[in-house]
Design a binder for this molecule. Sequence first.
Ligand SMILES: [Zn+2]
Ligand SMILES: [Zn+2]
Ligand SMILES: [Zn+2]
Length: 274
Amino acid sequence: MRVTLLGTGDTTGTPTVGCDCDTCEAARERGVERTRFSVHVENERVDESLLIDFSPDFRYQFLREDVPLPDAAVITHIHFDHLDGLGNVFRVFDSLSVYAADETDPQTGKSVAETVRDDYHYLDPLEVRPTTPLETIHVCGFDVTLVPVEHPPLVCYGLAIEDPVTGAKLSISGDTSYNIPEESREALAEPDLLLADAIVPAHLCEYHPAGGRHETDDGVPRTFGTKHMTREGALDLAAELNAERTRLVHLAHYYPADEAFEEPLAVDGEQYEL
Ligand SMILES: [Zn+2]
Ligand SMILES: [Zn+2]
Ligand SMILES: [Zn+2]
């Protein structure tokens, strides 16, 4: 399993357009970036690739990393930074299966699969495959399981991706607070690589109108506001899941410049062989 981090940033990315903060400047100086979230997972055994989420930076990411176009894709939730690159399918793919959850979201009255189908009904190559969370499906030679996470007000899912032949396992937290349900944690446990949402360090919770929550015994918030894990929350999750290796993703340019490129914070283009 070859995992390429196509996009490791939050919804504005780093550098953020029009921003001259120290972190965006440091990224420019280092020649690194964090575009909007997407992960490419290649199965060399069957010569197929699975894409996780359609970043608005889809075209640029594939040109930059020169990875094969996917044979199938999964969409975790309907936020702009994970879905709105789907229009890039037009005239690039002859056909593409896109897997998304089949549970109705009380907020929208539709499942992720239904929203994808409705919003992109004009894309002839698209085959939307409604998928039941916590039921493992077989795609691109992988066992893939969507796991419910907490990203209010929308439904959102993390992913466990395993190669049943080699035993390699990739877990992706999805956009989530620290409050991931127990059943989902069980499915995500013991990965060779964990990609965990860590939008900001915990000390920035004081600037969020909702503050932080899910504090450690020492009072360190593991959730920033209500929707994302802090760096500390993501690292605690990694320890609980007993992840062999962890990269923090979905990172905002609000990380202070002297913390923004520390380990284990990811940047675009990192590649892992599992
Ligand atoms: Zn900035
Ligand atoms: Zn989101
Ligand atoms: Zn996001």
